[in-house]
Every structure is written in structure tokens, then in C-alpha cells.
Design a protein around this ligand. Structure first.
Ligand code: ATP
Ligand code: MG
Length: 321
């Protein structure tokens, strides 16, 4: 690893939760393949199977019986999260599997969840990719509180687009609440909600507008913090007949209705051979390195590494996520 990467992994990791409103959009596919590309660029990269209910990253990677998993840490079988990290056959690539998670981990207690989130934020890697479960459950959304960044994956179908919109809205509301809590602005939020609770829930931008009316200075500060967030959108499984501009249109709709900016970082083409590589438990990017879909994955990688990303440092120490 080069010295730049070394110094970065000794500092705070770049944490990217990867979510999708619907199952089967390709969150795990992107996690493993982007993870491999990052590792090959010299970044010490950790993949975490944070799909608590239905973890399967280990299978896609070809590791049928991992010795440890996330729940070993949650259930205190091991004392540090580092003890659950597995080395992958790819240099620089590591995994915390969900394979042996206890069935009840998806509903674990708040304190256990906080402990896990804090432990993740203290790990020493260049990049940490979190493969999340589908949907908008609390325990999925809470992983987005770990960093100022997030990748949303949808496919070009109306149901998936509708669900990604709902997910992004839930994450955005969660982030606003998180910022308010961290900065002791709970009262402000309470006042805004008291004025019009339904509007706050239906239209997150209303919360900010109200906050700015109640306290222009603090409201403005919150707006600046929110603008620093980096949300990225990937449209996966795009076929030739699909509209290549779907991602751009989704971002415009989100900006119009939620008042938040999200960057479209690329279409990833549908390739029948993905199925074959999943069945063979062999990562796609290693087998079909020069395909169009592989090129698309490189484009997504560029969209991830091109910008800046910082962990919410205050958050790591905070117990009020
Ligand atoms: N670009 C692609 N081209 C063709 N097939 C794909 C592509 N991306 C993913 N798939 C296929 O779509 C299915 C779902 O992919 P994956 O398991 O990565 O989705 P997921 O979002 O992680 O699903 P879940 O929510 O169930 O965890 C798999 O069968 C995979 O082979
Ligand atoms: Mg998955």
C-alpha cells in the first residue's frame, strides 16, 4: 500500500452505506465489485454485510462458511469488532460477514446497535462499504448515521424508483434529526414539528424552512451541514431499451420534492453473465474485467472516490444517534 493510503487508514475511514429501497437491485453486487476495485487501487477496504435479516455477501464472495460474523461482536462472543474481520483472497480486501448472525440480530436492542455503530466508525480502513438490507427499517436507516455519505441503488422500474425515493426521504429525515440532536437543537425541531408535524414528515424541506424561520442563524448552520452530505445514486441492471437519463431524472425529482441534492454517478448495464458469476461464487469484476458492465463499475468507482467524504467525527463519540 502506498503512503497516502497508509496515512488515510490510520485516520478516519471513508464509510459508504449502500442501500436500495427494494430487494434485488444489486446492492451486494455493487458492494463486492466496487470493493474489489478499491482494494486493487491500493485502498485497504472492508466490506460489512449489514443486511442483518438476510445476509448473503459471503456467498457471493465464495466464502460459504465464515468462522466469525457481526453477531459474534453484538452477542459478545468476541470482545472487539476487529476479531470478526476476515481476510479475502483479494489483496487489501476484508470482510465482516453476516453469515452466522443469530436470527434475532435484525431486531437487536438499541444499546447493542449503538455499540456496533461506534465500533464500525473506529475501524482503521481506507474505505468501509456497508451492504445494507432492502427497505426503510430503522436498523437499516441507522447505518446512514455513520457517515456523511451514502450510495443508493435502484433499477429502472417504476416500483424500484418509488421505493428509492421513499428510502432517500427516510434517510434525509433521519440525517436532519441526527444533526439536530448532535448540535443540541432538539428544541428547534420540536418547535418546527409542533407547527406542522404532518408537513415535516411529508416534506422534509419544510423542517429546514421552519427552522430557519424560528432561528435563522442555527437553521442556516444546519442547512450548511446538510449540504455537505454526499448522497450518490446508481441505476443498476440498465438494458439497452431503458432510458439512460432515468438517474438524472430521479435526482431532479428528489431535489424538487425533498430540497436535497443527490449526485447521479452512473448506469451499470445489465449483463446475463452476472447470474453465472453469482452461481459460480466468483466476483464478476474479476471474471469479466473488460465488459461494458465492468467499465460501468469503474465509472461508479470514479463517482465514489472522486469526491470528498468524511466521517461524522462527533457522531462516533456520540451516544445520541
Ligand atoms: N448489473 C447486473 N446485471 C445482471 N444481473 C444483475 C446485475 N446486478 C445484479 N444482478 C442480479 O440481480 C440479483 C440481485 O442482486 P443482489 O443480490 O446484488 O441484489 P441486492 O440488492 O443485494 O438484493 P437483496 O436486497 O436481496 O440483498 C442477483 O441475481 C444478481 O445476479
Ligand atoms: Mg444483498
Amino acid at each position: 500500500m502506498n503512503s497516502i493510503n497508509q496515512s488515510r487508514s490510520e485516520c478516519t475511514p471513508f464509510i459508504w452505506p449502500i442501500g436500495g429501497g427494494k430487494g434485488g437491485t444489486g446492492k451486494s453486487f455493487l458492494t463486492i465489485n466496487i470493493g474489489i476495485l478499491l482494494a486493487r487501487q491500493g485502498y485497504k477496504t472492508l466490506l460489512i454485510d449489514a443486511d442483518l435479516g438476510t445476509p448473503n455477501l459471503h456467498t457471493i464472495i465464495g466464502l460459504p462458511n465464515p468462522k466469525t460474523s457481526l453477531s459474534d461482536f453484538v452477542n459478545k462472543t468476541v470482545s472487539t469488532l476487529e476479531e470478526t474481520v476476515l481476510e479475502m483472497p483479494v489483496h487489501n480486501l476484508f470482510l465482516i460477514s453476516g453469515a452466522r448472525n443469530k436470527l434475532d440480530i435484525a431486531n437487536f436492542a438499541h444499546e447493542q446497535k449503538m455499540k456496533m455503530l461506534r465500533a464500525i466508525s473506529r475501524l482503521h480502513y481506507d474505505y468501509i462499504l456497508l451492504d445494507l438490507g432492502a427497505g426503510t427499517a430503522f436498523n437499516t436507516i441507522d447505518f446512514f448515521t455513520l457517515s456523511d455519505s451514502g450510495i443508493f441503488v435502484c433499477i429502472p422500474e417504476p416500483t424500484s424508483i418509488e421505493n428509492i425515493y421513499r428510502l432517500i426521504r427516510s434517510v434525509y429525515i433521519r440525517k436532519i434529526r441526527q444533526v439536530l440532536q448532535i448540535n443540541c437543537f432538539r428544541n428547534l425541531a420540536g418547535q418546527a414539528e409542533a407547527q406542522n408535524r404532518d408537513a415535516v414528515i411529508q416534506h422534509p424541506e419544510y423542517l429546514l424552512t421552519t427552522l430557519k424561520q424560528i432561528d435563522p442563524e442555527q437553521g442556516g448552520n444546519i442547512e450548511k451541514i446538510l449540504q455537505a452530505f454526499q448522497f450518490k445514486l446508481v441505476v443498476n441492471q440498465v438494458r439497452k431499451r431503458d432510458n439512460p437519463r432515468t438517474g438524472t431524472l430521479i435526482c431532479k425529482i428528489i431535489e424538487k420534492h425533498l430540497g436535497m441534492r443527490i449526485q447521479f454517478i452512473g448506469n451499470v448495464g445489465f449483463d446475463d453473465r452476472v447470474h453465472e458469476t453469482v452461481c459460480m461464487k466468483s466476483p464478476y469484476i474479476l471474471k469479466y474485467a473488460h465488459s461494458q458492465t465492468a467499465l460501468d463499475l469503474h465509472g461508479v468507482l470514479q463517482g465514489i472516490t472522486g469526491g470528498t467524504n468524511r466521517q461524522t467525527a462527533a457522531l462516533a463519540a456520540s451516544t445520541s444517534i
